[in-house]
Design a protein around this ligand. Structure first.
Ligand code: SF4
Length: 379
């Protein structure tokens, strides 16, 4: 694969590490994660190996964000996480990095994480309501979250709290309690995701999309009143605390992902690793990359990806960036096709507020292949 990537590039990369282990499974989970930890040691050896393979391929590139997600990274021994961070540090050039790790609210070893150089936490509360938490088999209570958050704040200033709207047994009261928690702790960053409706059957529970939409609307407007800036469809931050790593995804910038099911985007090449643990281990142990998908985007594909990701951001995307990818793009024509959802403002193309309230399905419609062929003159 070495010839697929050029090695001279000065732009800093993001780095994602997937830890596919959780002590228990939540009923709505879509992520690749295993409750059997028997391959954990070999998995971490393979992660190290994969990081070194990337370093040999790309050279010592600059990294300015590291995100360790999963799964539940806080469910594995901190020493394993330490080895991964040391390996990234040895293999690349870390420049004042934002280093985020996802933690479950039953975790307590925050000082150890801080000593590793972690400077941002992401904690999954999901709902400040024990009835809801129990229904979706989260293994923490609201009290566990409060205790963990208070311990975490002694070590970390920059904490994100994740919420999911649309979970079973959620009531108006749940949303009120979510907001009380946010108001009490004022985390620097809040993510609010909507439970995907296709989960309904799997969870054998009825989801009411209208009720979910009302709850989501209340959360969004109250967060804004509390001083949180909505900077992406699902993400809110206090000033100066946007997630730098996730901004790389939304700006379609370059990042490496390592581990089972991880993906990356480097110099217009997009890849996704295999999502089956044993296959991942076999490939990496044989000194091969674990790609399930690898594709070199042409400029049209790069444009589609950039629009799809960047229009999730409230500030949208720089016109200049789109014109760099496809110089002939006619953005006036694109906006004329979706006058209620898209707007050109100063040097940017962005969604209107009405557009932001629609889901990814609207984005898919806007970024439909025929639409883009029309506004790029078939380029
Ligand atoms: S903690 Fe996250 S990754 Fe693990 S089972 Fe629950 S939702 Fe899935």
């Amino acid at each position: 694969m070495g010839r697929c990537f050029s090695v001279s590039h000065s732009e800093s990369l993001g780095f994602y590490v997937h830890i596919p282990f959780c002590k228990s499974r939540c009923s709505y989970c879509d992520f690749v994660s295993y409750t059997d930890f028997s391959d954990m040691e070999i998995y971490f050896n393979c992660l190290n190996k994969e990081i070194e393979m990337w370093s040999r391929l790309l050279g010592i590139r600059k990294i300015d964000t590291v995100y360790i997600g999963g799964g539940t990274p806080s469910d594995v021994p901190t020493v394993c996480l330490s080895k991964i961070l040391s390996c990234i540090e040895r293999s690349f050039c870390l420049i004042d990095p934002e280093i985020t790790i996802e933690v479950n609210p039953d975790f307590s070893g925050f000082a150890d994480l801080k000593n590793l150089g972690v400077n941002r936490l992401s904690m999954g509360l999901q709902a400040a309501d024990d009835v809801v938490l129990k229904a979706v088999r989260r293994r923490h209570s609201v009290f566990d979250f409060q205790r963990a958050y208070e311990r975490a704040s002694a070590c970390f200033d920059n904490v994100n709290v994740d919420f999911i709207v649309g979970l079973p047994y959620e009531s108006h009261e749940t949303i009120v309690k979510d907001l009380e928690i946010i108001e009490r702790y004022r985390p620097k960053h809040v993510s609010v995701y909507i439970l995907e409706v296709h989960k309904e059957k799997e969870m054998n529970l009825k989801i009411d999309p209208d009720r979910t939409a009302i709850h989501h609307e209340i959360l969004v407007s109250e967060l804004e009143k509390l001083g949180y800036e909505r900077y992406e469809i699902s993400n809110f931050s206090l000033p100066g605390y946007r997630c730098k790593h996730n901004l790389k995804y939304w700006n379609n910038d370059d990042y490496i992902g390592v581990g089972v099911s991880s993906g990356g985007h480097i110099e217009s090449k997009r890849y996704v690793n295999v999502s089956e643990l044993q296959r991942y281990l076999e490939l990496i142990e044989a000194n091969e990359f674990a790609f399930e998908f690898f594709h070199h985007n042409d400029s049209f594909e790069e444009l589609r990806e950039t629009l799809f990701m960047s229009l999730r951001l409230c500030e949208g995307v720089k016109i200049e960036k789109l014109k760099e990818i496809v110089p002939k793009i006619n953005l006036n024509e694109l906006v004329a096709m979706f006058p209620d959802q898209l707007v050109l403002e100063r040097d940017r193309l962005r969604m209107t507020e009405a557009g932001m309230d629609f889901s990814c399905s609207l984005l898919s419609e806007i970024i439909d292949k025929d639409t883009l062929l029309r506004v790029t003159g078939g380029e």
